[in-house]
Ligand binder design. Structure first.
Ligand SMILES: Nc1ncnc2c1ncn2[C@@H]1O[C@H](COP(=O)(O)OS(=O)(=O)O)[C@@H](OP(=O)(O)O)[C@H]1O
Ligand SMILES: Nc1ncnc2c1ncn2[C@@H]1O[C@H](COP(=O)(O)OP(=O)(O)O)[C@@H](O)[C@H]1O
Length: 268
């Protein structure tokens, strides 16, 4: 019997079927892919591309999109700091349940505060948390402004808008960083094309060759780092757990492959 938060006299009910059995049943590993970044940085677009590509490979994923969740589960929350904290906490908990069910849960939220994202990582006891940072400049996001929110924020009609008059704390130790280069990043179509390369995605880690070089021609640059170190370009640092599949994709250079192969190490 225990007390958790405001819940007193509660018990943990064990389930007869565990995560391992569920994963075996659907032939994939449950995990949380957490996409963070400014409004307009491309979080939802990436989440959709990834989900579609996983689907074509018979992998079950589910997107938890910040905007969408605020239509239901989180409709009682606004954008004050404490509401954002609760927003992220709830989505972290839901993501944990999805991952426990064996799904690849793609969470796409601004999630501006580092501490909250780190708390979500902590919730996942088996390290199945992949933080993806959409490192796009405020300039780029503001130029896109697909919902006209930056314009309203600049005009003072929206208060506390992330990046304008509310902070965004970039990750220090994320697994994956997608970065614009000279104001550009790969188009959604290019993203999708990169994601459909079966040899990379399906290659078993053991069959991977070792030579690699990172193309500098790609419009975006991607960094991959171990959670315990600062983000360093992948050509320089290859964490052991990612190294084999990573080296294979780096041969083929375009950056989004790195993203998918990282996921493949988690789910295949
Ligand atoms: N003040 C303020 N700041 C930032 N964003 C705002 C704000 N008000 C409304 N919106 C819209 O809400 C979407 C972000 O919701 P999230 O749940 O992802 O935000 S957070 O993680 O709790 O910060 C965000 O969606 P995206 O553009 O997809 O990021 C906006 O459309
Ligand atoms: N890789 C990309 N290249 C060009 N435009 C993009 C790219 N990713 C997203 N966009 C566009 O930028 C805008 C914001 O993307 P979105 O995915 O909605 O961002 P977020 O979910 O972070 O707010 C949309 O109009 C989308 O079509």
């Amino acid at each position: 019997m225990s007390t958790v938060g405001n819940s007193t006299n509660i018990f943990w009910q064990e389930s007869p079927i565990g995560k391992t059995e569920r994963q075996k049943l659907i032939n994939q590993k449950g995990c949380v892919v957490w996409i963070t970044g400014l409004s307009g940085s491309g979080k939802s677009t990436l989440a959709c591309s990834l989900s579609r590509e996983l689907y074509t490979r018979g992998k079950l994923s589910y997107i938890l999109d910040g905007d969408n969740l605020r239509h239901g589960l989180n409709k009682d929350l606004g954008f004050k700091a404490e509401d954002r904290v609760e927003n992220i906490r709830r989505v972290g908990e839901v993501g944990k349940l999805f991952a426990d069910a064996g799904l690849i849960c793609i969470a796409s939220l601004i999630s501006p505060y580092r501490k909250d994202r780190d708390a979500c990582r902590e919730m996942m006891h088996d390290s199945s948390f992949v933080e993806v940072y959409m490192n796009m400049s405020l300039q780029l996001c503001e130029a896109r402004d697909p919902k006209g929110l930056y314009k309203l924020a600049r005009a003072g009609k929206i208060k506390g808008f992330t990046g304008i008059d509310d902070p965004y704390e970039s990750p220090l130790n994320c697994e994956i960083e997608l970065k614009e280069k000279e104001g550009e990043c790969p188009s959604p179509v290019a993203m999708a094309e990169e994601l459909v390369t079966p040899r990379d995605f399906l290659a078993p880690p053991c069959s991977v060759s070792s030579s690699a070089s990172l193309s500098s021609s790609s419009a975006a640059s991607l960094s991959l780092s171990a959670p315990t170190s600062a983000s360093i370009p992948i050509a320089i640092l290859t964490p052991i757990s990612f190294s084999a599949p990573f080296q294979r994709i780096v041969q083929f250079a375009p950056s989004l492959r790195v993203l998918l192969v990282t996921f493949s190490t988690l789910i295949l």
